[in-house]
Design a protein around this ligand. Structure first.
Ligand code: LRH
Ligand code: MN
Ligand code: MN
Length: 426
């Protein structure tokens, strides 16, 4: 499956005039306010978000899974799906692989498919939350934190193998998300579990190539429902510090208890130079993995406001690795990902519009009303013409969902792959 650029271009034709009118009006207004519109369009074009290989098929719940037609069943097909997203949106130029679900058989061939689709390999993810076929030891009672050294060693060896695979693909980072935890009070000794985890992470860190980073993800609960070993950003931050300067915290939006002030966490981590990775999704209740921006778009904007501030003012923090970590139970996964990409770009564009100098002045005056006005002015601006312009200039689609549908892409995938192909994934 390869997207025909010509088809995207011709699909843009009948939308071009309406886009131009909307863009000119917005650009005029913003320029009048002293905004450098071209610079924002360029920043949007530069902003690339990785798609995880496990998000291209239908997800499921513990009650069942309803597969979607034409799902990718091989790594090549997953990369092609990301290629479709990237061709339409010009925002999804990377894929994040999960090992062992996506171990390439032929590295050269896989890299060729990726290059053909304009896709690079982002962070590689290890998996010690499932028992793999032929594994000697079980992770039922934990992996890097397990009381049994043999189990810990197996989990460490797996992570080292993931780094080896990533090296062959050109990845530059390893993401570790642990399911380790306990289901009942007394089941596990918190201090022992944390100490084991720190020791294990340090061993993995020890084999990281010089130009690699390690991202440590945290999550307060699930799959264990009493405790998780890396429960919050503080624990992750502490572990990253213990490992060294190539280790960072990874913030996944869904991995917080209700009402947590995520924007403040982001801000603190960036000030300390330790925000390494970011997983986008949205939620109403817990780690729902819903479409980005579908439930709390204002919260997403406030988070982006801190990200933008940090990217400008915190040179001690590396440029974060962005990834969508969402799941699609009822929608076409590709349509859902297009919606997420649009929501991310929208929140980013709005955050770029925040007048930081005026905000600072209002803060110094303790003018609370004015501070809120400045943020909400940016938030209430319809920035979609800026997103369209960034796509149009790079031969992306003015309206990616509409293009996806009118080009009949899902039907083409079904024709190629069959109706009941199944993707591996969460
Ligand atoms: C589980 C999870 C986590 C990881 C992914 C691999 O919560 O969604 O966010 O990043 O699985
Ligand atoms: Mn995640
Ligand atoms: Mn999650």
């Amino acid at each position: 499956m390869q997207i025909n650029k010509e088809e995207i271009r011709s699909g843009n034709e009948n939308l071009r005039e309406a886009h131009k009118a909307g863009f000119d009006f917005l650009a005029n207004t913003l320029s009048g306010q002293g905004v450098d519109v071209n610079a924002i369009v360029q920043r949007l074009a530069d902003f690339q978000v990785a798609i995880p290989s496990w998000a291209l098929g239908a997800g499921g719940t513990r009650f069942g899974r309803f597969s979607y037609y034409g799902e990718p069943s091989s790594l090549e097909q997953k990369i092609q799906d990301v290629g479709v997203l990237h061709a339409l949106t010009q925002t999804a130029g990377a894929i994040s692989l999960h090992i062992p679900w996506d171990v390439p058989e032929d590295y050269k061939a896989i890299k060729e498919v990726a290059a053909l689709n304009d896709i690079v390999f982002d962070a590689v993810n290890s998996n010690t939350f499932q028992d793999q076929k032929d594994a000697v030891h079980s992770y039922k009672y934990g992996s890097l934190s397990n009381v049994d050294k043999a189990v810990r060693d197996q989990a460490i060896a797996h992570n080292i193998e993931v780094v080896e695979i990533g090296k062959k693909l050109g990845s530059k980072s390893l993401t570790v998300w642990l399911a380790d935890g306990s289901n009942f009070p007394g089941q596990s000794n918190f201090q022992t579990a944390l100490r084991h985890t720190e020791d294990s992470l340090k061993q993995i860190y020890g084999v990281l190539p010089e130009d690699w980073k390690m991202f440590i993800e945290y999550k307060p609960y699930e799959p264990y429902f009493y405790s998780t070993v890396i429960q919050d950003w503080g624990t992750s931050f502490m572990l990253a510090n213990a490992c060294g300067e190539k280790a960072f915290t990874l913030v996944d939006l869904g991995h917080h208890l209700p009402n947590t002030n995520i924007e403040q966490i982001v801000s603190t981590l960036m000030m300390k130079g330790k925000l390494g990775g970011f997983h986008f999704n949205d939620s109403k209740y817990g780690d729902d993995d819903s479409t980005v921006g579908s439930v709390k778009p204002y919260a997403l904007f406030l988070i982006f406001n801190e990200l933008v501030y940090g990217m400008k003012n915190n040179p001690q923090n590396p440029y974060p690795a962005w990834m969508i970590d969402a799941s699609h139970n009822v929608k076409d996964p590709l349509e859902d990902l297009i919606q997420s990409l649009e929501a991310i770009q929208e929140a980013y564009a709005k955050a770029l519009l925040v007048d930081q100098d005026r905000l600072k002045a209002a803060q110094l005056e303790n003018d609370v009303v004015q501070c809120q006005e400045i943020l909400q002015n940016a938030y209430r601006t319809d920035v979609r013409p800026l997103l369209q312009r960034a796509r149009l200039e790079r031969d992306g689609a003015l309206n990616p969902i509409q293009a996806y549908r009118s080009m009949g892409i899902r039907q083409k995938l079904v024709d190629e792959r069959g109706r009941h192909s199944v993707a591996s994934g969460l």
